[in-house]
Write a protein that binds this ligand. Structure first.
Ligand SMILES: [Fe+2]
Length: 500
């Protein structure tokens, strides 16, 4: 690996100026950036305000010796290497330094070549470690990207992002703020960890700074050393290390992610850089999710208006689709289906007869039984529904449920005449409750049947028209709750998919 020494900054710490100068000249000739400090405290000041890669420090110095300086650096969890210069008298202390994490030691007196060999060795190993870290960061990003790409709704993306942030940065607390649509200010979306509970004032200050951070699209890496520059924290204890990164893209400002650790574990510039790249990924994912949700809502509105148009055409089925939707959700809950399946059942219930929009009015509203030819036309409604719904990609999960709601488990249904194993589970549920609702409601050609009569018809078609277990479960549910109760519950304002 080729070493570009000018990207490496070395701090030489010694109370002897002449020795510092000799080291500085030799290291500069080698291409390194070199800074100097004449004491431990001076060194700490330089370290806090510069990006130092390597400290070469004498051990014996007044006030703060080399070992104490190393201790301070370790306390602050700073990512830099440490090389100790030592006379023979302090060689044991040098060994102590190595135990504490110093990379190497250099016995005094040394010739300058010896110094350069040791420095080059430490720098090479540092750069190799950085390269490994860079590769592992790429793996982390790929993991983040995969995790985000598998989610489409905003809530899941936010939780997944915070989870990835926790795994990769081990913060003591984390908060994700998102912008409010068409309003100023931020709202907290996900909060993890105890620090905000332990220090309630902290949250308001962090939120206020986050709002400025998003407005100016600027990141912050803060701890007790540099927080005083911000008026909002001035005069308040800040025993933390904090990374704050705005989430934004060319299109809009999305939110802010804030990570906090107790001061003993300071965040590094490398971590800030990695979090910033995470932020770019999540900003895009959040924007896509918002766009997806807007398009989905628009499509759902359009489709629902179709469903209403069908009801306007077919007076006697008014309310039928809504009741089928509620019945289907009830049976689905009874069967312990998950939320996604229940949402799909509801939407499919509302839309199951949408294809009737293509059936002529005189057939839809005929006050007597349909003849064979008319029935053939009526049977086209699942296919018409498929043609309508296939235009809308957000309805792709609903489409097979609607299309197959007139199949029979014995394969004698329509439109495809497929049998039990091939019929989508949700379509079989719709089929049972659709028939039940139709039988227990008034129709153009007959009055509603009593529910016991409908029950007997379902039982008769058990295992041929409808799946036996679904018939049993539905009858059990209606018997247990009472038909009047079940029917009344369909009058409540229904839940719409996508509503939380
Ligand atoms: Fe139908």
């Amino acid at each position: 690996m080729e070493i570009k020494n000018d990207s490496i900054t070395i701090l030489v710490v010694d109370d002897e100026e002449s020795l510092r100068e000799i080291c500085k000249d030799a290291l500069k000739d080698e291409g390194y950036e070199v800074l100097q400090a004449e004491s431990g405290q001076d060194a700490l000041n330089v370290i806090m305000s510069n990006d130092i890669d390597l400290v070469i420090s004498d051990l014996r110095m007044p006030e703060m010796n080399g070992l104490q300086l190393l201790e301070k650096i370790k306390e602050k969890n700073l990512d830099l290497d440490f090389l100790v210069m030592t006379g023979f008298a302090t060689i044991e202390t040098a060994v102590e330094c190595m135990k504490m994490g110093a990379a190497d030691y250099l016995p005094k007196p040394f010739n300058i070549n010896h110094l350069l060999v040791k420095v080059n060795k430490v720098v090479r190993s540092r750069l190799e470690k950085k390269e490994q870290k860079r590769l592992s960061n790429i793996v982390r990003l790929l993991n983040l990207s995969n995790a985000l790409n598998s989610q489409l709704d905003l809530k899941s993306i936010c939780y997944e992002f915070v989870l990835q942030v926790q795994r990769n940065f081990s913060p003591d607390s984390v908060v994700l703020f998102l912008g409010r649509d068409n309003q100023r200010g931020l709202r907290k979306t996900v909060v993890r960890g105890r620090l905000f509970r332990e220090d309630p004032d902290l949250f308001a200050r962090v939120q206020s700074l986050a709002e400025t951070s998003l407005e100016k699209c600027s990141s912050h890496l803060l701890d007790s050393r540099n927080v005083s520059g911000l008026p909002i924290f001035n005069g308040h204890d800040f025993p933390y290390s904090m990374m704050m990164v705005p989430l934004f893209s060319q299109m809009s400002k999305v939110g802010v992610i804030v990570l906090l650790r107790k001061e003993s574990r300071v965040f590094s510039n490398d971590e800030l850089q990695l979090l910033s790249v995470f932020a770019v990924h999540v900003s895009t994912a959040i924007q896509n999710a918002k766009m997806y949700s807007r398009i989905r809502d628009q499509n759902i509105d359009i489709i629902y208006s179709y469903a209403k148009a069908v009801e306007a055409k077919d007076y006697y089925t008014k309310g039928h689709s809504d009741r089928v939707a509620v019945y289907a959700m009830k049976l689905g809950s009874y069967l312990q289906l998950n939320t996604k399946e229940l949402d799909a059942l509801y939407t499919a219930g509302v839309l199951h007869d949408i294809g009737k929009i293509g059936v002529p009015d005189h057939i839809l509203n005929k006050p007597s039984q349909l003849d064979e030819e008319e029935f053939e036309v009526m049977k086209s409604h699942p296919t018409i529904a498929r043609d309508i719904l296939s235009q809308v990609w957000t309805m792709k999960d609903i489409l097979p449920v609607v299309y197959h709601h007139h199949e029979r488990v014995d394969g004698k249904g329509y439109p495809d005449g497929i049998a039990d194993g091939q019929i989508p589970e949700l379509a079989k549920i719709i089929s049972v409750v659709d028939a039940f609702e139709a039988m227990t409601s008034d129709r153009a050609y007959r009055k509603a049947l009593p529910w016991e009569k409908a029950r007997d018809i379902l039982l008769k078609g058990r295992g041929t028209q409808w799946e036996d277990d679904l018939v049993d479960q539905w009858i059990k549910l209606v018997t247990d709750k009472g038909f009047a109760t079940i029917q009344n519950e369909t009058l409540l304002k229904p839940h719409l998919p996508g509503q939380n």
